[in-house]
Unconditional design. Structure first.
Length: 258
């Protein structure tokens, strides 16, 4: 008689996260846990842990510890029904962990190049959590600015991400595309196309962003395209003024296209 072997189901993202966070609460050093998560596919777990832990600590920073962090986290991740209990457990463990937010930020930053696109992805996720309750206060702004600094992101990139998520925050289309206001149009077009490529879901998955969080790309892509159109319109208006108003603004953009 041949013994029947059961095929072990792969662990879900949330099960892997729970195991890692439990190791932290049992006293395993943060550096050792993240060291195990340096390479794909485990980087997706590291990404999620960073968003969870920093999100939970951000809730403490703004003084609203009663906020439903799991509900806020849904702004970033799709949590399957079967994993809801594990997700709630992860948040409770993250709140109990004694490590400061800067320790988490530095550990995740060491896994990638300074200013890496995945660190921008992570900051986007934190902004989703910050504004999920309809408020954004100075404590959250200071918290996220410090995380961005630790990640090696420029002030321009921080402003662009903040403007994308915080209603009423100052927004500059040149910040969004990461170019100087006096840059040649061809340089701006190249920057726009590069960022659109980097925002493609396949690129995000390759960087280590969990599939459950790829919806972060939707708002960023819309913002990139809007910034490009705004810059085109501004350049057309400037050219028309320089020509003495002989051509109505907008014609040049249509001719140049994308």
């Amino acid at each position: 008689m041949v013994a029947r072997t059961e095929i072990e189901r792969p662990k879900s993202l949330w099960q892997r996260i729970l195991e890692a966070v439990q190791a932290l609460t049992e006293g395993e050093p943060l550096s050792r846990v993240f060291e195990r998560l340096r390479t794909p596919p485990e980087r997706t777990t590291a990404f999620a842990i960073a968003v969870i832990a920093l999100g939970a600590k951000m809730a403490k920073a703004d003084g609203r510890v009663t906020r439903d962090e799991v509900a806020a986290f849904r702004e970033v991740f799709v949590i399957p029904k079967r994993d809801e209990k594990a997700a709630a457990r992860v948040f409770n463990l993250a709140r109990q962990d004694v490590a400061g937010f800067d320790a988490y930020a530095r550990q995740i930053a060491r896994m990638f190049e300074p200013g890496s696109r995945i660190l921008s992805d992570l900051l986007e996720g934190l902004f989703h959590i910050a504004v999920a309750d309809g408020r954004y206060d100075p404590a959250e702004d200071a918290f996220l600015a410090e995380v961005a600094r630790i990640f090696g992101l420029s002030k321009r990139e921080f402003r662009a991400i903040r403007a994308r998520h915080v209603p009423g925050a100052p927004r500059d289309p040149y910040d969004v595309l990461g170019v100087r206001p006096d840059a040649p149009l061809e340089e701006i077009r190249a920057a726009w196309r590069r960022q659109v490529r980097e925002t493609h879901p396949d690129r995000m998955l390759a960087r280590g962003v969990p599939e459950e969080a790829v919806k972060l790309a939707t708002e960023r892509l819309a913002d990139l395209n809007r910034a490009w159109e705004e810059i085109l319109a501004e350049r057309d208006g400037r050219e028309a003024l320089e020509r003495g108003g002989d051509e109505a603004p907008g014609g040049g953009a249509a001719e140049r296209g994308r």
